[in-house]
Design a protein around this ligand. Structure first.
Ligand code: YSA
Length: 231
């Protein structure tokens, strides 16, 4: 019988391909809970209570509010949980689902995926970050890519950058990154005079959209088999 058995969702396909590329260069895969608490989603990432930086992430808080539980707004808490339980050197990626209480459009969903990365070692610099990302994107897209860093602010990195990638002649914003802020290392008991690290967080949906030429993120989630079966 020639019955069609269905196909993997584009996000699943992209995630598996990303695993393979990073595994080859020695990265492990880490996971964390989607229901997080304020401590891991914000506090240990050096986002103090009442700091305006918290507004960067529109949060779905869970009831009872006093419990300070939330749907994680980014995959960065996975870094913290991993650093608490593993000694450096560390090389991980952590793909996963995140949630934001925001209006949707072609490039924004209230539920989407991110790809977190963390590498800790001795003498890690921004050049290591750039080299790793360039290696990844070239492997993943099968093409020569140009990467550009723009100065940016995330409380958990110093310096922080926004990462753009040149794709079909245009600069595209892919995510945030930087060198791990020594305050984050202190919060998890890693000595910042001995260890340095870089971290990054990309929109996985945007990576999938780029790879497959999908021009609206909402197509990935509306369950229309006409889209899914193309992949
Ligand atoms: C920055 C520095 C690090 O050392 C580690 C991680 C990060 C990223 C940080 N945690 C963060 O969440 N930054 S972000 O709010 O700018 O989101 C990162 C990426 O997620 C964006 O560049 C975009 O590609 C994607 N994104 C954000 N909101 C989205 C979205 N994708 C789909 N729908 C949304 N609503």
């Amino acid at each position: 019988m020639n019955e069609k058995k269905g196909s993997l969702h584009p996000i699943t396909q992209v995630t598996r391909e990303i695993y393979d590329i990073f595994k080859e260069i020695g990265f492990d895969i880490a996971e964390g809970p989607e229901i997080e608490n304020e401590y891991y989603n914000f506090d240990t990432l050096n986002v103090p209570a009442d700091h305006p930086a918290r507004d960067m992430w529109d949060t779905f808080w869970l009831k009872p509010l006093e419990a300070k539980k939330l749907l994680r707004t980014h995959t960065s808490p996975v870094q913290i949980r991993y650093m608490e339980n593993h000694k450096p050197p560390i090389k991980i990626i952590a793909p996963g689902k995140v949630y934001r209480n925001e209006a949707t459009d072609a490039t924004h969903e209230a539920q989407f995926y991110q790809l977190e990365g963390l590498m800790i070692g001795e003498n890690i610099s921004l050049a290591d970050l750039k080299g790793t990302l360039k290696y990844f994107f070239e492997k993943f897209l099968g093409d020569k890519v140009e990467i550009r860093f723009r100065p940016s602010f995330f409380p958990f990195v110093e310096p922080g950058v926004e990462v753009d990638m040149k794709w079909k002649g245009k600069w595209l914003e892919m995510g945030g990154a930087g060198l791990v802020n020594p305050k984050v290392f202190e919060a998890v008991g890693i000595d910042p005079t001995e260890w340095q690290g870089f971290a990054f967080g990309f929109g996985l949906d945007r990576i999938a959209m780029l790879k497959f030429g999908i021009d609206d993120v909402r197509y990935l989630y509306n369950g229309d088999l006409r889209l899914i079966n193309q992949f």
